[in-house]
Structure formats: structure tokens, C-alpha cells
Design a protein around this ligand. Structure first.
Ligand code: GAL
Length: 636
């Protein structure tokens, strides 16, 4: 059994094994199911938008600051534009009451939470937010203790009392706390952090110095092998189950905050509404790059209801303040293209117009909130510049050209980047300046340092009667990507750690994800290629994988498939099979590295769930086979 497999995948494998006992060394294969395996829980049909207290105030948060932000969201028109969640982060708690385990609020900073008997309640607070047309979010931790109890030890707002009273995290109290926060207090959104699973080792100096009750770490931030991803997933799944039970109307958001650790990029979509893909953002260009990179190549893992979360916006501070509006606009544009949650964290009681204009860019908000939920795809990739293309629900494209460097950069935009016809005019509208540009075939832009240009696009689609799967990641569920052992993604910008500085031998890759399914490139970031022929469009994945696609009215599935020329395992044969609502509709014979690509075509008319299965005779301890669904497309 593969230790990395998520709970759901392990169930699938168990079913497959029950039906078919394979030779000793062969790998368990995924099986087509005919039912949608992606989660439909929670209310985040589009990326959550709102305000969070953390970047603005850390633990020095209080009721006046939060209600000031809430009022400003309404008064400045941001709420009307979709910023409705008002999320209280770390710092709100006083203690866990010994007699019954009930969480008690720090009424010194949240006076409206006081009750005559000292029980405390946020009901008045959430009622006020609700009456303003807003929603309310709260923060907790999945372990015993929270992050401030490790990293903000100077804070005046740390939990107080005995070691037991200071155990403010969910561990051992999952249903009790979730019922309190949702049923009794009326919250709509919960962010669940993970320091309690990472930083409170029983024999650590932190635990000894502060008299905490330790918890043997399940997350080792520096070692994926020493992280127990299955246990971490199980803890978050328990929270998900309690949230579901406490919210029969499904109107809740579950924000997983374990900073891209424990292979969350694989299981987050099955458990939460969003999951952090990286460490905390700081108001620094390099940190923004790092967080952006941790999400930008994960498009196939996100979609309506479940989103990659590269962290709260840091617009308004440091490299993104009013003296750096180019950088601030880039940060906002990139988060919009990534379908990231848009959470402002600024003291909105005194926000300058120049920043309000950024958060309030209605065109970019519409890009982020487009109902199709297609995260942008990387159409051109390099360390210096990238071109991102996002397909909207109405079929139109949005393109962002991103200069990552501190020097000016020339970028060529091609019709092919947009999957539009080379010989028909293409009209661009700049989503910041609103200016229009028309070109045919190719055009060139000179970008200022750190600039991102973003345009809505009109043109003639390459595929007039259909859509490439790589254009519609929002309807794809990567049920099994074939990754056996999670590997760290080396393509994430390696910043100088904002906390540790250069006090180590170097900045290392930190997040599992390398080898995951990709749009328009292989799982290892190569161009898709079979038998020497390159495919601009397609899905790159590993053998032993299962992709599910929601079919919204198309009649035919087509692709040209084979073992990718970049595979390092050149010995094993793979078969490509297509199922429509559980029925086998197309299958190739076994194909090996070097074999010519095969066309595959299937009648899918009237079927809702198309499943793309790749099986191989690979054995344990071998490199996986890299395969390509070239030009995989749905057609009328
Ligand atoms: C971090 C988390 C931040 C913030 C902080 C609170 O772990 O990533 O977003 O919530 O804890 O202490």
C-alpha cells in the first residue's frame, strides 16, 4: 500500500484489490467508478473573499479593529463586490474552561462577548456582521496549541491559565468546538492551523519553558518523510465531518492551514474548501513569488468548492505598499488568476484610495470569481517571466503576462498561447487601464520591473467546436495522479527564509507536489511529447492514474496518447482507457516508450462523468511511467 495515498484513494485501492488479486510485485491500480469522487461539501463555489485580521494586526486584534474593517468593507463598496467574510485570526481566545472544556473569549479585546456569568459568546458579534450582509470567520488549530503560543510569545493576547486551560486547539474537542463556533456562535468560516501538530514536541524547549502539554509532532516542517501525512489528513477529515454535521445547510467554508505540508496538495481538495500551499506570506516580493509558485502549477487540483490558497493578500505593506503599486497590482492580478481566496488584511479604517482601487478592480474580481472555476494555466514558463491563461465560463480567455524580475522584460504573446487561431484578429482589453489592443498571430510587450499586464481576450478559438481538457481544469477531478511517494517540488522560488535568514546551508524545496498531473506539460514540467511530436495542449500525468471529467454537453472525447518521450521508465507498457458513466468506451492496446502515439476517440453523448484511466504493469520501487493525453478534448 502506498503510504501517501489519501483516505479516499486507499478505499478505491481496497475495492480494486478485492476484485483482482495482482501478481506479488504489481502495483494496485485505480479503477473507474462512474460517480464523482470530488468533494461537494461547503459553500466555496467560488474562491472565498473578505478580510482577515492576521497580516494587519497579528494577535493585537480587537473588536474595534475588526468591526472597523467590517464597516469599511460595506462603506467602501468592497462587500458589494464580494468581500463578505470577516475572519478573526489568532488572538481571540482567553482559555478553555476546565469544568466543561468550553472555549472562553478574551472579553478585554472583544467586550461584546462578555456575559454576566462569564461564559462569553460571539453571538452578538456574528449577528452584527450578519446584519451588515457579511459573514463571520474564526481561527483555531488542529492540535492542542496554536501558532501564537509558539511564535508570538511576547503577545499580550496569549491563552491564559493552567496548561490544560491553554489548550485552545481542537484536539480532543473537535465536535464540541465546531458546534460551539457554528451552531451556538453562528460562524460561517473556520481556518484551522496546524502549529499544534508541528511545534510542541514534548521534550522541546518551547514546551518545557512554557509548561505546555506536548504533542509528538506529526508534521516535521523540514522532512516530508518524518511527516505523517495520513494522520494529518485524518485529523482534518475529522474536522470536516464535524463541520458537515454542524452545518446541514452546507453553508460553511473550511480553510485548511497546514502551509503546504503533509502532502495536502493531494488530499486538500477532498477535505477542505481551501488549503494553504505554502508558508506564511510576508510583505516582500520574494515571499510573494514563493507563495505564488506553490500554487501556480496545481491547477488540476482546484475547482468550484476547493481552492489552492497561497495565503492572505499583503497588499498595503512593504513591497506592496502605496509606493509600490506596480507590485501591489501584480500581487492582486496573480491571486485573481490563481483563483486564490481574496482576503484583504489591512487596517481598512484608513485605507488610501490607491489600494481600494486595487482590491476593488471589478474586472479582476470577476476573473477570480468566474463560476467555471478554471485556475489559470501556465502557457509560457521561465524563471524570469510567465504567461498565464484562464478560461472563463463563457469560453473567453484572460491572459496575464508576468515579469518576475527587477529588470524590464520583453514578452511575445502568441495566438497559440491563447489556443486561438493564428490568422484571425485577437482583441485584448487591459483590465487595469481598460485600453484596447488588436493583433494577429503575435505581439510584443515590454513590461516594467515586477509588472503584470492582464487582458481579457476575444478571438477565434483553435478548437471551434470544443474545448481542450487543459482549458477546463475546474471540471477535472484528479482522483489518483499515480504519484506513489510524494516528492518535493523543486520549481517553487527558494526565498531566503524570512524567519531563519541564512542560518542554514540553504533554502530547500518544501512542498510535495512534484509529479502531479499537469495541464499542457508533463508532471515534471517538460513539454508534452510522444514519438518526437510535441503537443501544445494536453494533460500530463503518471501511469496508474485516474482523472474524472464532468461532461457538460459534449458528444465526443478525443486524444492522441502514449508514453511521453520524457519518461525515465522506458520499459513498462501502459494502456489508456476511457469510461463514460462507468461504461468502457475506448481502450488502447499496451503502449511503450518509443511506440507511435495512438488516436483515441469515444462517444460520450449524454454521459455526465468521463474517466480517463491509465494502467500499467509497473512494479513497486520503479520510476513511474510518464504518459501524455495529447490534445485531449471534448467536442460537440
Ligand atoms: C500561521 C498561519 C497564519 C496565521 C498565524 C496565526 O500558522 O499560517 O496565517 O494564522 O499562524 O498565529
Amino acid at each position: 500500500m502506498h503510504p501517501k495515498n489519501s483516505l479516499k484513494t486507499r478505499l478505491m485501492i481496497a475495492c480494486a484489490l478485492a476484485a483482482f488479486v495482482s501478481p506479488l510485485s504489481a502495483l494496485a491500480e485505480p479503477v473507474a467508478r462512474g460517480v464523482w469522487l470530488g468533494s461537494t461539501d461547503g459553500a466555496a463555489k467560488t474562491p472565498p473573499m473578505g478580510w482577515n485580521s492576521w497580516n494587519a494586526f497579528r494577535t493585537e486584534v480587537d473588536e474595534a479593529k475588526v468591526m472597523g474593517a467590517a464597516q469599511a468593507l460595506v462603506d467602501d463598496g468592497l462587500a458589494r463586490k464580494g468581500y463578505i467574510y470577516v475572519n478573526l485570526d489568532d488572538g481571540w481566545w482567553q482559555k478553555r474552561r476546565v469544568t466543561d472544556g468550553r472555549m472562553i473569549i478574551r472579553t478585554r479585546i472583544f467586550p461584546s462577548a462578555a456575559t454576566p456569568d462569564g461564559t462569553t459568546s460571539f453571538r452578538g458579534f456574528t449577528d452584527r456582521l450578519h446584519s451588515m450582509g457579511l459573514k463571520a470567520g474564526l481561527y483555531t488549530d488542529v492540535g492542542h496549541n496554536a501558532c501564537s503560543q509558539a511564535y508570538d510569545l511576547h503577545s499580550p493576547n496569549l491563552p491564559e491559565g493552567t496548561a490544560g486551560e491553554r489548550q485552545v486547539g481542537l484536539d480532543g474537542h473537535v465536535s464540541q468546538d465546531i458546534n460551539l463556533y457554528f451552531r451556538e456562535w453562528g460562524f460561517d468560516y473556520l481556518k484551522v492551523d496546524a502549529c499544534g501538530l508541528a511545534d510542541f514536541a514534548p521534550d522541546s524547549k518551547l514546551v518545557k519553558d512554557n509548561g505546555y502539554i506536548g504533542l509528538t509532532p506529526e508534521i516535521d516542517r523540514a522532512s516530508l518523510n518524518r511527516t505523517d501525512s495520513v494522520k494529518v489528513e485524518r485529523r482534518y477529515a475529522e474536522v470536516a465531518a464535524a463541520l458537515k454535521q454542524a452545518n446541514p445547510d452546507n453553508d460553511y467554508v473550511f480553510s485548511i492551514c497546514n502551509w503546504g505540508m503533509a502532502n495536502v496538495r493531494e488530499w486538500g481538495k477532498e477535505v477542505g474548501s481551501s488549503w494553504r500551499t505554502s508558508s506564511d506570506i510576508t510583505p516582500n516580493w520574494s515571499s510573494m513569488l514563493h507563495n505564488y509558485d506553490s500554487a501556480v502549477k496545481r491547477a488540476l487540483y482546484a475547482g468550484p468548492g476547493h481552492w489552492n490558497d497561497p495565503d492572505i493578500l499583503f497588499i498595503g505593506a512593504g513591497d506592496f505598499d502605496t509606493d509600490h503599486l506596480t507590485e501591489a497590482r501584480s500581487h492582486f492580478t496573480l491571486w485573481a488568476m490563481l483563483n486564490a481566496p481574496l482576503l484583504i488584511s489591512y487596517d481598512l479604517r484608513k485605507a488610501p484610495q490607491s489600494l481600494l482601487d486595487i482590491w476593488g478592480n471589478a474586472d479582476l474580481i470577476a476573473v477570480n470569481q468566474d463560476p467555471a472555476g478554471n485556475q489559470a494555466i501556465v502557457a509560457y514558463d521561465s524563471d524570469d517571466a510567465q504567461i498565464l491563461v484562464k478560461t472563463l465560463a463563457d469560453g473567453h480567455k484572460v491572459v496575464a503576462l508576468f515579469n518576475r524580475t527587477a529588470s524590464p522584460a520583453k514578452l511575445n504573446l502568441l495566438a497559440s498561447h491563447l489556443k486561438l487561431k493564428n490568422d484571425a484578429p485577437i482583441q485584448l482589453t487591459d483590465l487595469w487601464s481598460k485600453a484596447g489592443i488588436t493583433f494577429t498571430g503575435e505581439t510584443e510587450f515590454e513590461l516594467a520591473p515586477h509588472e503584470t499586464r492582464v487582458f481579457s481576450v476575444q478571438g477565434a478559438r483553435e478548437l471551434a467546436d470544443g474545448v481542450y481538457l487543459s482549458e477546463i481544469p475546474g471540471v477535472i477531478n484528479v482522483a489518483d495522479d499515480g504519484v506513489r511517494e510524494p516528492q518535493l517540488d523543486p520549481t517553487v522560488h527558494r526565498m531566503i527564509d524570512p524567519w531563519a535568514g541564512t542560518r542554514s546551508g540553504g533554502s530547500r524545496p518544501q512542498y510535495a507536489g512534484w509529479g502531479g498531473a499537469q495541464a499542457d506539460m508533463t508532471p515534471y514540467a517538460q513539454a508534452l511529447q510522444i514519438g518526437g511530436h510535441t503537443y501544445d495542449s494536453g494533460i500530463g500525468v503518471l501511469g496508474n492514474s485516474l482523472l474524472q471529467v464532468k461532461n457538460e454537453g459534449y458528444a465526443t472525447f478525443r486524444a492522441t496518447v502514449g508514453v511521453d518521450d520524457s519518461t525515465s521508465n522506458r520499459d513498462r507498457a501502459v494502456s489508456f482507457t476511457v469510461y463514460a458513466d462507468g461504461k468502457l468506451v475506448a481502450k488502447t492496446p499496451p503502449l511503450k516508450f518509443g511506440d507511435a502515439a495512438r488516436d483515441i476517440s469515444a462517444d460520450i453523448a449524454g454521459h455526465k462523468i468521463i474517466e480517463l484511466l491509465v494502467t500499467d504493469d509497473n512494479v513497486a520501487n520503479e520510476q513511474p511511467v510518464v504518459v501524455t493525453w495529447g490534445e485531449a478534448r471534448l467536442q460537440k
